[in-house]
Design a protein around this ligand. Structure first.
Ligand code: FAD
Length: 301
């Protein structure tokens, strides 16, 4: 069985950056991605704070990253990793039809949007419930929609939806937003966005298997809001799988300054690790840090 110097699981910006550095150092690297290279970027409308690329769309940045690794001839496998076995001198990566072996492993698996956990939520996905404005906004063109959330993602995507939908109502359980003031100001300027503070979604209403509205509670009163779509931005949970004995902190992987986990040959980067800020620049930087440390270790031996 071929033994790679390093296998990277997850082809978002963190994993792709690690792949670029490892390949540049001439290491034998494999990048495994279960969905679309670029990861969560494929679901982000606009990015205003990535240095050098102001206002780039998420899918365009994803495409640039993918083109870069492709042009460097990084080996990419489109498959889902099901499990990982850590052995004394190697790590085994288990896929549906094969097992791969590597000296070092980088976990760059990101996180998944958290669900509302309400009745009918799963059956209404694609029929009124969405976790991706960029993917689904056009299904709700000129219709009224709600955005659930109070953070930067909820607000940014509400702004995007306001250009396509007739009216956007933000259901915010707090009496403030958890994000930078400039985005809140943009929200206030949009006359087809209304914000309902102190509001909690209670249930999803449906007719003929399509969402027709929501019931929410505001200041102890139960109210109804007819909408065709609900976009959910209430946080995320990290993608951690398999039975590795990784040290976690609030469900995220704990790493040291070199991005090394508690297992010496396993590193973790990007949205899957415990940190204060979940942004593109630090995800990319963590990919670089993990890769350069692995390169140093490989060169010692
Ligand atoms: C709506 C929204 C807007 C945002 N806007 C901004 C912004 O404007 N500026 C900014 O700096 N940041 C922004 N962010 C945050 C930023 O996008 C993330 O911090 C960053 O993209 C995370 O990159 P990542 O590589 O860690 O994870 P991801 O991009 O999530 O990549 C992880 C990859 O791992 C793959 N994967 C998972 N499990 C497996 C498996 N078992 N096998 C194989 N592959 C697997 C997934 O398919 C995925 O492609 C935003 C986030 C969201 C949700």
């Amino acid at each position: 069985m071929k033994k790679y110097d390093c296998i990277i699981i997850g082809g978002g910006i963190a994993g792709i950056t690690a792949a670029i550095y490892l390949k540049q150092a001439n290491k034998d690297v494999l990048l495994i991605e279960k969905s679309a290279p670029g990861g969560i970027l494929n679901k982000i409308s606009t990015i205003k704070n990535y240095p050098g690329l102001p206002g780039i769309s998420g899918p365009d940045l994803a495409y640039n990253l993918y083109s870069q690794v492709k042009s460097m001839n990084v080996e990419i496998l489109l498959d889902t990793v099901l499990n990982i076995k850590h052995l004394k001198n190697s790590n085994k990566v288990i896929l549906k039809d094969q097992e791969l072996s590597c000296k070092y492993l980088i976990l760059a698996t990101g996180k998944e949007p958290r669900k509302l956990n309400l009745e009918h939520e799963d059956e209404l996905v694609g029929k009124g419930i969405s976790y991706c404005a960029l993917c689904d906004a056009n299904f709700y063109k000129d219709k009224e929609v709600a955005v659930i959330g109070a953070g930067e993602s909820a607000l940014k995507e509400a702004l995007y939806l306001a250009n396509i939908c007739s009216r956007v109502t933000i259901i915010n359980k707090y009496d403030y937003f958890k994000c930078k003031e400039d985005i809140v100001k943009e929200i206030e300027k949009k006359n087809n966005i209304q914000v309902l503070y102190h509001s909690f979604i209670k249930s999803l209403e449906k007719d003929n298997n399509y969402l027709t509205g929501i019931t929410y509670e505001q200041d102890q009163k139960i109210k109804e809001l007819p909408v065709s779509g609900v976009f959910v931005y209430i946080g995320s949970t990290p993608n951690i799988f398999g039975n590795l004995k990784l040290e976690l902190d609030k469900n995220y992987i704990k790493v040291d300054n070199n991005m090394q986990t508690n297992i010496e040959t396993i590193y973790a980067v990007g949205d899957v690790i415990k940190k204060d800020l979940y942004q593109l620049v630090n995800a990319a930087s963590e990919g670089m840090i993990a890769a350069t440390n692995i390169i140093k270790n490989l060169n010692k031996k």
